[in-house]
Design a protein around this ligand. Structure first.
Ligand SMILES: C[S@@+](CC[C@H](N)C(=O)[O-])C[C@H]1O[C@@H](n2cnc3c(N)ncnc32)[C@H](O)[C@@H]1O
Length: 344
């Protein structure tokens, strides 16, 4: 079970401990951008005579982007030995020790590719991170769906799934400003004609799983395990964007970027109704493990007045509750997958 991390209280509780072990579905969609990464690396050859700099914004513990970069760079190395330096970025509370150990020790590390090095920066990507005109290829996968500030939701752990129109409008505006800000900041950090590749969650993504997490939160509130205030504070600060919302932010920054491709990626996984008993059992165990991982930060934030052992006990009860919630999971993951090129 994921441990609550005290430090996570300090920065909205978005850090995801144990991500490497539980993020295979995320890897499968990320790998769909392999061709775009390879093409952008080839494009980067015309942008610099020296090192190609890649930035990975919101890399978590690093395993997923490491595999993506390893595959793309291996192919790239068949035609170019130009040095590549990869900068991983996440919040200061990210498990950086795990990132470094993964990159240094995994058989799938891109560090096995010649002339390839890395570094890491622990700082919010809603701020400037790198010098002007520095990066030739920027990547961000499923990261800026986490907003710049934690919000208390009236009814749903995922902000975009709230049924309260006033709250939804406020969260939508913050999500819009965050995306525009992210695009403005990366525009400054990208070299002339550098590329930005991102994947960000759609509003319809993982509704069954979100339903299960919500059901468990409501259930521990109804049983008197947490207070109403703690329940409302139990938010992932995660906002899935509609196609119109993505287009609105892209239109607002269209003087800064040329769109290379904008598409919707759908990764379909069979619903629980299609699984046999054994698969169902395994699926619930995996889902609970991911839930403990993803919810550890929000619990730490919402239970801020509780003692540490009490927090751990409540998280345990919450995870037990998930198993009792009868939801036919709609596990489909919907993402907006976008490739942009900087215009000076
Ligand atoms: C769902 S994980 C995605 C990890 C990885 N990119 C992947 O595709 O598997 C989202 C990551 O974004 C990070 N994140 C959220 N807000 C951030 C911020 N303001 N600055 C930097 N990283 C942030 C989280 O800490 C988390 O590690």
């Amino acid at each position: 079970m994921a441990e609550l991390n005290k430090d996570e209280e300090k920065i909205g509780g978005f850090s995801i401990e144990g991500y490497n072990e539980n993020a295979t579905p995320q890897l499968l969609t990320l790998l769909q951008s392999r061709d775009s990464v390879l093409e952008s690396l080839n494009h980067a050859l015309s942008l610099t005579t020296e090192t190609i700099y890649i930035a990975d914004y919101g890399s978590s513990e690093g395993k997923n982007s490491m595999i993506l970069f390893n595959e793309a760079i291996n192919t790239f190395r068949e035609s170019s030995l130009k040095p590549i330096h990869i900068i991983h970025n996440d919040l200061p509370t990210n498990n950086w020790e795990k990132t470094f150990k993964t990159l240094l020790n995994s058989p799938n590390t891109y560090l096995n590719c010649p002339n390839t090095t890395f570094s890491a920066i622990g700082k919010s990507f809603y701020e400037r991170i790198l010098p002007d005109n520095f990066i030739h290829l920027a990547i961000s996968s499923r990261s800026f769906q986490y907003l710049s500030q934690p919000l208390s939701t009236p009814d749903n752990i995922v902000l975009s799934a709230s049924n309260d129109p006033e709250f939804k409008a406020r969260a939508a505006e913050i999500a819009h400003q965050d995306m525009v800000n992210f695009l403005l900041l990366r525009h400054k950090e990208l070299a002339s004609r550098g590329r930005l590749i991102f994947q960000v969650a759609d509003e319809k993504s993982h509704m069954g799983q979100i339903g299960a997490l919500n059901g468990a939160s409501e259930s521990i509130f109804r049983k008197g395990i947490i207070t109403e205030e703690e329940w409302k504070d139990l938010t992932l600060s995660l906002y899935g964007r509609s196609t119109e919302e993505v287009e609105r932010a892209l239109n607002e920054t269209s003087h800064l970027y040329k769109a290379i491709s904008i598409e919707k990626v759908i990764h379909r996984k069979s619903g629980l109704s299609l699984m046999n008993a054994e698969e169902l059992k395994e699926h619930i165990v995996k889902f609970k493990s991911l839930a403990g991982t993803v919810m550890a930060g929000p619990f730490s934030k919402s239970l801020k007045t509780r003692a540490e052992d009490e927090k751990q006990e409540i998280l345990k009860l919450y995870m037990e509750e998930i198993g009792e919630v009868q939801v036919i999971f709609d596990n489909d993951s919907y993402l907006h997958s976008v490739v942009l090129e900087k215009i000076d």
